[in-house]
Design a protein around this ligand. Structure first.
Ligand code: ADP
Ligand code: MG
Length: 156
């Protein structure tokens, strides 16, 4: 059976707070794949993640830069691969295996280059301000994160 944790956010502030809590569970080498339409909240979620990683810089959509790096408690590698061809290799492996946390917007564009194990996060718009986040762990490491966040929220 597939493990899925669902979180319903009521606004952008809640989305950032949710991501900030998730950031506390992350370590070097973790990879998060964010799916969802334009405006779903992938970048908003990444902003919360950055705050949780102790990053002070403002995180925005990397429009012309495909990969942006930020320094915090752990480095954050923020990728938006929407505009690249599927076979274009920008040295992703080194980021995935690096000292930081990698977040990928539009991961399906590079599906052949994704690591086998990652935390898949699907974002769906429910209303103008409501979003549903589905966390789907792939692999043991992400199963662990999934259980931690699930247990944290069940205690609230
Ligand atoms: P994406 O990166 O998926 O294209 P963005 O994060 O750039 O999306 O934009 C999401 C937009 O939706 C922002 O303007 C944000 O303020 C708004 N928004 C409204 N409600 C939410 C919510 N619950 N979670 C995240 N963003 C929300
Ligand atoms: Mg974005």
């Amino acid at each position: 059976m597939e493990a899925v944790f669902t979180y319903r956010s009521r606004n952008a502030v809640e989305t950032r707070a949710f991501a900030e809590r998730l950031a506390n569970l992350l370590q070097a080498g973790d990879v998060l794949a964010l799916t969802g339409d334009l405006g779903a909240g992938k970048t908003t979620f990444t902003q919360g993640l950055a705050t949780g990683l102790g990053i002070d810089d403002r995180v925005n959509s990397p429009t012309f830069t495909i990969i942006k790096e930020y320094q915090g408690r752990l480095p954050l590698y923020h990728m938006d691969v929407y505009r690249i061809g599927g076979s274009e290799d920008l040295g992703f492996e080194e980021y995935f295996a690096g000292d930081g946390v990698t977040v990928i917007e539009w991961p399906s564009m590079i599906k052949d280059q994704l690591p086998e194990e990652l935390l898949w996060i699907e974002i769906e718009s429910i209303s103008p301000d409501e979003r549903e986040f589905k966390l789907i762990p792939q692999g043991e490491r992400y199963m662990h994160i999934y259980k931690e966040i699930r247990d944290e929220y069940s205690r609230d």
